[in-house]
Write a protein that binds this ligand. Structure first.
Ligand code: F6P
Length: 370
C-alpha cells in the first residue's frame, strides 16, 4: 500500500489540547499505517502559502501537556473569502483552489482540520470540493452541538475556578464585590461550570438576560446576613434584559468579526450605585486559554486524535470526530455545519431550565433573572 501523506492544520483561536491532538494524531497514524505527516502553519494561511513543517515523532515530542499549538493559529484566514491585494487594492476572493493545488503538489492525501465552527465550515467546503477531510472539534466555549464536549473547555473551567478562589480571598478582605468576566461568546458554559465549582454568588450568562436590580438584590441580601463580599461571574456575551451584548472590537476580516468585552466593567460601574460595597471588575481574558492543558483535556484530545487516525485508516472522510453518549464516534461535516455559508456562532447553548442551572439555583446562586 502507498505511503499516506497526511496534513494537519489548526484554525481559529487556540485552545488547550490542540498540541495533545497533534501529538496523538501523529503517534496513532504512525502506529496504524505507513505515513508521512506535515503541519500547515497558521491554519488555512499556511495551506494558501504552502508553508508547512514536518510532524514526526521527534518534532512533536514533549507537546502533550502544553497549551497553544505548535502549528500556530489564525482566526482570519478563510480561503473561501480571502483578502488578496490586486493592483495595490485589497479584495476578497475565493482562493480555495490554491489550497487544493498546494495539497496536490505536495501529494497530500488527507487533511486533518482542528478548529471551531468557522474553521470547520471551510473544512466542510474543502470536503465538498473532493478533499479527504477529517475534522476535530475545538473550542473552550464548548458550544458545538455535534459533540458532547470540546477539548479546551475543561482547562478553561479549571483556570477560572482557581481564579475565583483567589478573588474570593481578596474580595472578602476588602468587603468588595468583584465582577469577573469570562469567555464563551454567546454560550454560558464556562461561567456556569466554573461559577458552581468556584462558589460564585451570581452567574450571568447570555442565555438568561439579567436585571441589574436583581444582581444588587442578591448582594444586599448577602451583606444583610454578614457576608459583606460577593463574586459575580459574567460571560462576555451576557445581556441585560432588553439590551444586547457589549462588543469591544470588530475584526473585519474574521469570519466572526465581533469580539466581546467590557461587560464586567459596565456591570461594576452600574452596580456600585446600588450596593454599599466597593465594586471592582476583573477580566480573565486569554489567561483562560494559556498554560498547561488539564488532565481531562489531554485524555479527551488523545481520544479525538486516535479516532481521527482510525477514520483515516478506515477511509471515512468528510466526518468530524465526536463524543456521543460517552463514546468516540463521528458525524458528517455536512451535518455539523449544515448549509450555512459561514457558521460562526455555536449552536449548543445553556438551557435556562436545564439541570445545571437548577443545581446552581438550589445552591443559592442567583442568575439575576425574574
Ligand atoms: O471562541 C473561543 C474564544 O476564546 C471566545 O471565548 C472568545 O470570545 C474569543 O475566542 C476570543 O478570540 P480572540 O482570540 O480573537 O481574542
Amino acid at each position: 500500500m502507498k505511503k499516506k501523506k497526511i496534513a494537519i492544520l489548526t484554525g481559529g483561536g487556540d485552545a488547550p489540547g490542540l498540541n495533545a491532538v497533534i501529538y496523538s494524531v501523529v503517534r496513532a497514524c504512525h502506529n496504524m499505517m505507513d505515513c508521512e505527516i506535515i503541519g500547515y502553519k497558521f491554519g488555512y494561511r499556511g495551506l494558501y502559502n504552502n508553508d508547512f513543517m514536518p510532524l514526526t515523532l521527534e518534532t512533536t515530542s514533549g507537546i502533550l501537556h502544553k497549551g497553544g499549538t505548535m502549528l500556530y493559529n489564525s482566526n482570519k484566514d478563510n480561503l473561501f473569502d480571502y483578502t488578496v491585494v490586486e493592483n495595490g487594492v485589497s479584495v476578497k476572493k475565493d482562493v480555495s483552489h490554491v489550497g487544493v493545488d498546494n495539497m496536490k503538489k505536495e501529494g497530500v492525501d488527507v487533511l486533518v482540520v482542528l478548529g471551531g465552527d468557522g474553521t470547520l465550515t471551510s473544512a466542510r467546503d474543502f470536503s465538498r470540493m473532493g478533499v479527504n477531510v477529517i475534522g476535530v472539534p475545538k473550542t473552550i466555549d464548548n458550544d458545538l452541538g455535534a459533540t458532547e464536549i470540546t477539548f479546551g473547555f475543561d482547562t478553561a473551567v479549571n483556570i477560572v475556578t482557581e481564579n475565583l478562589g483567589r478573588l474570593h480571598t481578596t474580595a472578602e478582605s476588602h468587603h468588595r464585590v468583584i465582577v469577573v468576566e469570562v469567555m464563551g461568546r454567546s454560550a454560558g458554559w464556562i461561567a456556569l461550570h466554573s461559577g458552581i465549582a468556584g462558589s460564585a454568588d451570581v452567574i450571568l450568562i447570555p442565555e438568561i438576560p439579567y436585571s441589574m436590580e436583581k444582581v444588587a438584590e442578591k448582594i444586599n441580601e448577602r451583606n444583610a446576613r454578614g457576608k459583606r463580599f460577593s463574586i459575580v461571574v459574567v460571560t462576555e456575551g451576557a445581556k441585560e434584559k432588553g439590551g444586547s451584548a457589549i462588543v469591544s472590537k470588530v475584526v473585519d476580516d474574521s469570519p466572526d468579526p465581533n469580539r466581546f468585552g467590557g461587560v464586567a466593567e459596565y456591570i461594576a460601574n452600574r452596580l456600585e450605585k446600588l450596593v454599599d460595597n466597593e465594586v471592582r471588575h476583573c477580566v480573565l481574558g486569554h489567561i483562560q486559554r494559556g498554560g498547561e492543558t488539564s488532565a481531562a483535556d489531554r485524555l479527551l484530545s488523545a481520544r479525538y486524535g486516535t479516532r481521527a487516525a482510525e477514520l483515516i485508516k478506515e477511509g471515512k472522510f468528510g466526518n468530524m470526530v465526536a463524543l456521543i453518549s460517552g463514546n468516540m464516534a463521528q458525524v458528517p461535516l455536512d451535518e455539523v455545519i449544515g448549509d450555512a455559508k459561514i457558521s460562526t456562532s455555536g449552536d449548543k447553548l445553556v438551557d435556562p431550565k436545564g439541570e445545571l442551572v437548577r443545581v446552581a439555583k438550589s445552591l443559592g446562586i442567583s442568575f439575576a433573572d425574574a
